[in-house]
Design a binder for this molecule. Structure first.
Ligand code: NAP
Length: 306
């Protein structure tokens, strides 16, 4: 008779990894984050595993920054297949995996790890997930767009790199800490030395987080992307007010916690088209599934699960 095993917990910790008790089906993929309780990845990935008849489960792991290295060692020993990393682990991870692919190296952040024969490979699917989300939401390719990104952290770096790699028409990076935005723009400089000429505005530019700077740029961009956490918490303002936005814009908020983030409400009020980060979450997750299992992800099943 088959032995009945324990059912999966909502959230695991490093202590669980240290004295691992498996469940049925076994947990072999998961997400590390701090916090991680809010993550929607388990529902999406577990639906994909079930649909693909892969006898595994995907779980949440609350791992603190100081625990990341040991937690990665433990999942390697436990022969996990792969992981997602979310805040705050993406930036630290490149130093802790055996190999880092080119995209993740250039972005300086890893959000997907594949484990094979005790070796770990780091990838970044946020940028490519973003490009697919924009195509799906607005039926347009990044290469045809003038883009303004709000933020210069992990998500913004992946998005900016993807825009640069796609040779988008123009890229503006607005960040609170101006120097950080400037450093990111400098890293991307060589992608923007091509022949596209757009007139009086530079193709690549970092700007200050100031109303007058936004006002000037809005007339010279097509897509505005919020890659800051502003709008994540109840009561947050919109990073850009409706007054600053305009009907010609496409507005993408990487936040997916609410149907209408403050930025999306402001965009709609201004007559612009807007979408939230669920589509980016979906596509970065589908790309992760394909890295782990080397087969197409059941995209519609994952979308429905979200
Ligand atoms: P991060 O690395 O901590 O970067 C945060 C960025 O936001 C920094 O540039 C920071 O500016 C800026 N910022 C923070 N508070 C601000 C404020 N009050 N006003 C203006 N700017 C502010 O975070 P991250 O990993 O990039 O994540 C950012 C957001 O992206 C998160 O909310 C997350 O929901 C979203 N995200 C979504 C997906 C998806 O699949 N949809 C994937 C990844 C991330 P300074 O440099 O000045 O501090």
């Amino acid at each position: 008779m088959k032995k009945k095993r324990a059912s999966a917990k909502e959230v695991y910790t490093l202590a669980d990894l240290q004295s691992w008790r498996d469940v049925d089906p076994p947990i072999r993929v998961g997400i590390f984050g701090d916090p991680v309780e809010h993550s929607l990845s388990p529902q999406m990935q577990n639906a994909a595993l079930k649909h693909s008849k892969i006898d595994m489960q995907y779980a949440r792991f609350h791992i603190l920054p100081a625990e990341l290295s040991e937690a990665l060692d433990r999942v390697r020993e436990l022969e996990f297949v792969g992981l997602n990393l979310t805040l705050p682990h993406k930036i630290a991870a490149p130093e802790l995996v055996d190999r880092v692919d080119d995209d993740a190296k250039q972005i300086g952040a890893v959000n997907v790890i594949k484990i094979d024969n005790g070796k770990s490979d780091g990838f970044n699917t946020d940028g490519r997930g973003f490009a697919r989300a924009i195509r799906e939401e607005f039926s347009v390719d990044l290469r045809d767009l003038r883009v303004m990104i709000l933020g210069a952290g992990g998500a913004a770096r992946a998005i900016a790199f993807e825009c640069a790699k796609s040779h988008c028409e123009r890229l503006v990076i607005a960040n609170g800490t101006f120097e950080k935005g400037e450093r990111l723009a400098e890293k991307l400089r060589n992608f923007f030395e091509g022949p596209k000429v757009l007139g009086p505005v530079p193709r690549l530019q970092a700007i200050r987080w100031e109303e007058s700077a936004f006002q000037f740029q809005i007339a010279n961009v097509d897509l505005v992307v919020n890659a800051t956490p502003v709008g994540l918490n109840r009561g947050d303002p919109s990073p850009l007010s409706a007054r600053l936005l305009a009907p010609h814009l496409m507005v993408y908020d990487t936040i997916y916690s609410a149907e209408r983030t403050p930025l999306i409400s402001a965009a709609i009020e201004a007559g612009a088209r807007a979408a939230n980060g669920l589509s980016m979450l979906l596509h970065q997750g589908a790309l992760a599934f394909e890295i782990w299992f080397e087969r197409p992800a059941p995209l519609e099943v994952m979308r429905k699960a979200l």
